[in-house]
Write a protein that binds this ligand. Sequence first.
Ligand code: C2O
Ligand code: CU
Length: 467
Amino acid sequence: MPPRFPLTRRTLLTGSALLAGAVLLPRAARAAVGEGEAVRLSAGPARVNLAGAGFPDTAVWAYDGRIPGPELRFRQGDTARIAFANTLPEPTTIHWHGLRVPNAMDGVPGLSQPPVPAGGRFDYEFPLKDAGTFWYHPHVNSGVQVAHGLTGAFIVEEREPIRVDRDLLWLLGDWRLTKEAELAGGFGHPMDATHAGRIGNTVTINGAVRDRVPVRAGERVRLRLINAANARVFALDFQGHAPRVIALDGHPVTPHAPPDGRVVLGPGQRADLVIDMEGRPGEGFDVVDGFYPRMAYRLTRLTYGAEAPLRDSPLDAPVALAANPLPEPDLAGAVRQDVVLDGGMHGAMPKTAGQRGPFWALNGVASMAHHHLEPLITVKRGQTQVTAFVNETGWWHPMHLHGFPFRVLSRNGQPAEHREWRDTVLLGPRETAEIAFVAEEAGDWMLHCHVLEHQETGMMAVLRVTA
Ligand code: C2O
Ligand code: CU
């Protein structure tokens, strides 16, 4: 199914053409922090240029006035302290997507904390057990707040990182803009909620349409990709290059070439790549997003500078990352709880649903945001759980579990090649994925589709872990 509001090359091209010459990728602002010191972070209205020179600024909601929010960087084993202030006109929270945090720090309103009211503050503090590429975003009115720009990268550096020449981050955003570069309205419209979600028409890398990304011949880059879009799925083809995937959703995986040469990222997902820049000075190579058939477009272009190559043959250094200290599921002693996804356009639910939903259900239960949530699944702390997500719909769903990274055991009955750790697994129409995890922390944890318009119209549930 093509997105309802196709990405217009016009929007991208106009922005890009006018951007020509502006090739510098500004280094994301970093909060330089020492251990023990709290990082201040605020959420509030701002105006930023998203679409490029020649377009007016866009009124957004942003962390610290920037799109994306400041790149929060810590080291594994440190404690993150974030003193958060809400200067938005409505309540919000911050969810630290993919990080193993104590339940009270998970940022889910009504479940792990009260919403932070307009003008309110909340101090987040949690130890950083895992290294990797994570991100943060609100968990209140998510479809609206994330589409307004409230997203940021959260990087936890390894104590012993692999050797690369540069560590690059691309936080991918997707915006539905009007011709005047204002955010289009219609948030949560049933046409989006019952279909593929709010897919936009302008894709940004670190908050801007980027015609090119400068690289140097011979360098080895670690590229951290984050899909921070409400609904868009990406499938990136790095033409002329042979990227290796070294981590998925933050966690190390056996280094491998992306299947079919495409790095697929559903909303919420991340991938860390190692790319050796094997082109020659002066050359350029497109990075093409071809996820939606017949709607492929150029995301950006790797543009080689004129300098002499940094080295003649690729760096001879290992690319495998050390594993994170995750508890290994005990499959022999596991309990099994499957989750069936249903609903959507042509599904069973819309007939009975109202204008605002629910449109989707998990195991026949449709939970709406802001309602009291009864647990769908209850499990004892320390227990291994195996869950098959069974997608009975005709739509794509990135299913996200808070609190517990899981191993992907199989897909459509076939053993998963890398048994990778993930926090979000992307299910195609009628697909099944089987996962396993250890429920290591007591509390109520969210399980939901990360297409935010699906989450908010029924596709979410609570997993209760009892002490
Ligand atoms: Cu990134 Cu509950 O979500
Ligand atoms: Cu979904």
